[in-house]
Each structure stands twice: as structure tokens, then as C-alpha cells.
Design a protein around this ligand. Structure first.
Ligand SMILES: [Zn+2]
Length: 424
């Protein structure tokens, strides 16, 4: 364990700030997927100059990929001087829309005191920059290290990762024969190790009715009232059941340690008027009503049980409620993922947190999912965590920022972890 490694990182404070600012100033907005190639070539130039073999991979044919908005990914690999494990740092390079309420330039990368502001600063260009600085300092300190180091910057995490990590995993980039340890520098805080995430099931439910004149609703059948019965059944039966189920996964915040379901949207009857439309609605009984549900489930539950619980409620309504019929369509599914607490990457980063920060790392799990799901399910690689600087609560918010000291501290932990895994 070398203290010069830590001082090499300290000495790179300005460089870390500059790199984070450069990345924020490339507005990689998703949707629609802007400037993906620009950020990949920017990183490629830097990493190629440091001996990395760089590959630009376009995820052709994935959702959103087009000649206007191609889904570009960068995978950079540098071999050591002798056999050993490969440590892979994976960051997504896309950021979500800006939204309202900013008092700073969302793509300015403004440095104010210890904070760098901008869309994606926390989620997760700060983590990407910290991992690059950590690797560069490590290479300077240990040019004769074992194994290999990979750094990837991938597309579309914010919209499911199908044009990013999923595409790469399907092509063997996360094969356990190629990569042995994966660290995803998502903003989980510098003293926490994220072991995985809950599952998710997204579906659209539609109730049907019959259109008729609004003055004589008894001549039709109101699809919105049928949906009201669905929502009542959720309130009476489903939500109390969900609230009673708790997971052994260390999910944060506490509220997400139980099963949850959000109703993302509801729509029935006449279409929403366009902005500025001043016409009055026509009088009709709605013949269709749709909701989209977002059901987050626990590793203890299983997807099939989650699905049959909801279809069971709908079938019961069909049996008892005259005229009731429904359709349910799956929109997406994510299987829960949880790395063992004694997996090598968990114990190594835990040891590095203890050495660098002088505290025990908390083990947490994420309420939402991130690209670990693809590395686990498609790549079959279980030795994977999320570890990086920044506060999860700031992600996707106005005036998003990342702390420079937090980035430096987490870079030290990452570099120390490399030292444990690739030297000696
Ligand atoms: Zn993220």
C-alpha cells in the first residue's frame, strides 16, 4: 500500500475538475440521444494517449438508434505486464432532460467552492471522471501491474441500457472470462457499496366500455368507472399486501425496503386538448381507459407471483362486476440483482474505504435499477457493484452538483482497490 498513490491523486485535483467540466459541457441528452459520439471520441483521445486500446461500438438497431441519434459506446482496455484479473469501470455517458428550476447553466460545468454544477455532474459524469483519474494515477504508480484495466462509457442507461451495457453484454464484453471485477461509479456516496437493486415490472392495463351519449350513460358502459373499480381493488387489497412485505436486501431509503407500486399515468375518454385549444369537450361515455403501472418488487417475491397477484385481482373483478373486461400488456421487466457481500469486489472496495476514509463501508441496494441488471443476467458476471461519488438524491434534480472532495476521496478508494486487485 503506497501513500504516493494517494498524493498522486491529490495532485490531480485541478485535472479532475477540468475533466468533469469537459464531460458536463458535452450535452449528451437522453432522450433523444445527443452527442454520444462526441463524448466517446473525447474520452478515446484521452485514453488512447495513455496506452488504452479503444473501441467505439454503435448499438445498431436498439431502441432510439438512428443515423441522427446513433447509440455510440466506448470500451477502452489496457493490458498489464503479467497475467491477472481484469477490473472494469463502467459509466453511462447519457444524462436526463434539464427540466425547470435551474439557477445555474446546466451545461456550463460551473465550479463554485467545492461543487461542480450541471446536468449529469452527479449522475454520473463525476463518477466517470473520478474513475479515470484513479486509473491514471494507478498506472503512473504501478506501471508493471498485473491483469488488465477496462473503462467503458456507455449509452442509454437512463432509458434502460439496451443501446449500452445490454448490447455490449450480448456481445461478450462482460463475459466472466474477459472481465472479473466490475465497478459502476453511480452516485451512491463515497462510503457506501451498492450490491444491487430491486426488480421492476411495467405494464399497461386497459378497461373497456361502450361509447354512448353523455346525457344517457345508461345506454353505454363507462370504461373509467371500470378503471375506478380496478383502482379501488388496488387500494383495498394490493397496497396493504405490498406494504406488509419487506426485503432482506439493504435497500435505501428505508421506504423502498418494501414492495411498491406507482401508477405512472391514467387516461380515459376524449384525448387531452392541445395547448391553446379552446374548444369544449363533446359529451361521450368513454369506451376505453388505460393506466400504466410501475411495480417494484423484492428479490424474495419473484416476477411470476408479482404478475399473478395483479391478474388475480383483475380476474376477480371480471367474475363479480357486470360488463367488466380488461387487457394487460407487459411494457418492460427487470429482474432483481444482488451481489454477495463476500464477493471479491465487495470485500476489496470495503477494505479500501476503511483504509482511505477510516470507516466501515455501508452495504446498500438501490430502489431503482441500473446497468448491473444486464451485467448479471446477460453477462453472467456476478462480481459487480456500484460505487462512486455524489448524492443519489441530487440525480435528475435542478441545480444538480457533485462535490470535488467526494470525487477525490472516491478516486482514492478506486485506485486503492486497483492496488489490491492488480499488484502484489
Ligand atoms: Zn446514473
Amino acid at each position: 500500500m503506497s501513500d504516493t498513490l494517494m498524493s498522486r491523486i491529490e495532485a490531480r485535483r485541478d485535472e479532475l475538475v477540468a475533466l468533469t467540466q469537459e464531460l458536463i459541457r458535452i450535452p449528451t441528452l437522453n432522450p433523444p440521444g445527443r452527442h454520444y459520439r462526441d463524448i466517446c471520441t473525447h474520452l478515446e483521445a484521452r485514453l488512447a494517449a495513455r496506452g488504452f486500446a479503444c473501441e467505439l461500438v454503435r448499438a445498431e438497431g436498439t431502441p432510439g438508434d438512428s443515423d441522427t441519434y446513433p447509440r455510440w459506446n466506448l470500451v477502452a482496455r489496457r493490458e498489464g505486464t503479467r497475467p491477472g484479473d481484469c477490473v472494469h469501470f463502467n459509466s453511462h455517458h447519457d444524462v436526463v432532460e434539464v427540466g425547470q428550476g435551474w439557477t445555474r447553466d446546466p451545461f456550463g460545468g460551473e465550479l463554485d467552492g467545492d461543487r461542480i454544477y450541471g446536468r449529469g455532474s452527479c449522475d454520473m459524469k463525476g463518477g466517470l471522471a473520478a474513475s479515470i483519474i484513479a486509473v491514471e494515477a494507478f498506472l503512473e504508480e504501478h506501471p508493471g501491474h498485473a491483469g488488465a484495466i477496462e473503462i467503458s462509457a456507455t449509452a442509454d442507461e437512463e432509458s434502460g441500457g439496451y443501446g449500452g451495457v445490454a448490447y455490449l453484454a450480448e456481445r461478450g464484453y462482460f463475459d466472466p472470462a474477459r472481465v472479473q471485477h466490475v465497478i459502476i461509479p453511480e452516485p451512491l456516496q463515497k462510503d457506501r457499496i451498492c450490491l444491487g437493486h430491486r426488480g421492476g415490472w411495467w405494464a399497461e392495463i386497459e378497461t373497456r366500455g361502450e361509447i354512448a351519449h353523455g346525457s344517457m350513460p345508461f345506454l353505454g358502459d363507462c370504461a373509467v368507472r371500470h378503471m375506478g373499480a380496478v383502482l379501488a381493488a388496488f387500494e383495498d387489497k394490493l397496497y396493504p399486501a405490498l406494504a406488509s412485505r419487506f426485503t432482506e436486501m439493504p435497500v435505501v431509503p428505508d421506504g423502498a425496503r418494501q414492495s411498491t407500486m406507482n401508477i405512472n399515468s391514467i387516461h380515459g375518454g376524449q384525448a387531452e386538448p392541445a395547448p391553446g385549444d379552446t374548444s369544449l369537450p363533446a359529451h361521450c361515455v368513454p369506451d376505453s381507459c388505460r393506466i400504466v403501472i410501475d411495480r417494484r418488487f423484492l428479490i424474495e417475491e419473484g416476477l411470476e407471483a408479482v404478475q399473478s397477484e395483479i391478474t388475480g385481482l383483475l380476474e376477480a373483478l371480471k367474475a363479480e362486476r357486470p360488463g367488466f373486461d380488461y387487457e394487460i400488456r407487459e411494457l418492460n421487466r427487470v429482474i432483481p440483482s444482488m451481489t454477495d457481500r463476500d464477493a471479491p469486489v465487495v470485500t476489496t472496495v470495503g477494505r479500501a474505504v476503511r483504509e482511505v476514509l477510516g470507516c466501515e463501508a455501508a452495504h446498500v441496494a438501490s430502489p431503482g435499477s441500473y446497468d448491473q441488471k444486464h451485467i448479471d443476467r446477460i453477462g453472467r458476471l456476478r462480481n459487480c457493484i456500484a460505487y462512486g461519488p455524489g448524492l443519489l438524491e441530487l440525480a435528475h434534480k435542478p441545480d444538480e452538483w457533485v462535490g470535488v472532495t467526494d470525487m477525490l476521496d472516491s478516486a482514492k478508494v478506486m485506485a486503492r482497490s486497483l492496488e489490491h486487485l492488480l499488484t502484489g
